[in-house]
Design a protein around this ligand. Structure first.
Ligand code: SF4
Length: 302
């Protein structure tokens, strides 16, 4: 490899790395922190009880960025963790967020949701709708509970049913198995939807294994040529980093990152305000960019 080429911008072959030139700003994700009530061994955020790789946020932390996002025409606020509902002020955060934009909350649907359902249901008539995506890794109780803990599968389905009965829209997140037949697996979920009184067309979002934060697997370089040979302008605009950003709190500071998948790499830190982050080119050098390139991975539902 030529010593004069910066690896942030060039593949080892010397070819320029592929990139996404952000096209719009339609969705902002807020990371509520990496603390979680569960400790799943595969968690792409490395979340677990007491984890503080990313700090918990407060309403005071996120309100200025929500206001800034609204002034920039952002149409959707989405939340991920950790488990958002273990954050004490999360109901207040969601209440304020849903006064500005439709909201999506990613949750494991276990005790933090069930114990705060009486608070969550007060938000059903928010000015903008709130929807929930619950992680149900596999359509099989034993396999799901093996990582999440005994009883988790039943609790997540219970949350899904109760949230839906209270008038919230729900979807699920699942994992993509190696060599799976995706249509068959989705069919197994649809059977479970029927058993739990959930509409058969409920959205299922599937994710590959993103590995733990800080992992550095060897994946092929994505070059500019890959991005023009295998992608079109339209498909490049579907990458999350083309139309969204993620807000995190790290070491006590609010920062804007390129997307939900790269908060373990400071070269994806785009600044402290949304305006500062606008228009910055996103280089496709993180191993998770390869998942976006290959599988079309996206956390977004817009
Ligand atoms: S992980 Fe995907 S969405 Fe994130 S910066 Fe890479 S290509 Fe963009």
């Amino acid at each position: 490899m030529s010593t004069s080429l910066n690896p942030l911008f060039y593949a080892s072959s010397g070819e320029p790395l592929g990139y996404i030139q952000p096209d719009s700003l339609r969705e902002i994700w807020f990371h509520t922190g990496t603390a979680c009530n569960l400790a799943c061994p595969f968690c792409l955020e490395g979340s677990k009880p007491g984890d503080d790789r990313l700090d918990r946020v407060t309403l005071e932390d996120v309100r200025p960025l929500m206001d800034e996002a609204k002034s920039l025409g952002v149409q959707q606020f989405s939340f991920t963790g950790g488990e958002p509902f273990i954050v004490k002020s999360f109901i207040n955060i969601l209440s304020y967020a849903s006064s500005l934009n439709p909201c999506l909350v990613l949750t494991n649907g276990t005790d933090p949701v069930l114990s705060r359902l009486h608070q969550i249901e007060t938000l059903v008539n928010s000015y903008h709708p709130i929807s929930f995506r619950i992680s149900i890794d596999y359509p099989n109780e034993k396999r799901h509970d093996a990582s999440r803990g005994k009883g988790s599968f039943k609790k997540s389905w219970k949350s899904l049913e109760l949230l839906r009965k209270r008038g919230f829209k729900v979807s699920i997140a699942r994992q993509i198995g190696i060599d799976e037949d995706s249509a068959t697996v989705d069919g197994e979920y649809r059977e479970l939807f029927a058993q739990h009184g959930v509409p058969s067309d409920t959205t299922i979002v599937s994710f590959p294994d993103f590995l733990l934060p800080g992992s550095n697997p060897e994946v092929p370089f994505i070059t500019e040529r890959c991005m023009t040979t295998y992608h079109t302008e339209e498909s490049r605009q579907a990458f999350m980093c083309s139309f969204s950003k993620m807000v995190i709190k790290k070491n006590g500071r609010m920062r804007i990152y390129a997307c939900t998948l790269v908060d373990d790499d400071e070269s994806y830190d785009l600044g402290g305000t949304l305006r500062e982050s606008l228009g910055k080119r996103i280089m496709m050098r993180h191993h998770r960019c390869y998942s976006c390139f290959t599988f079309g991975s996206s956390c977004s539902e817009i």
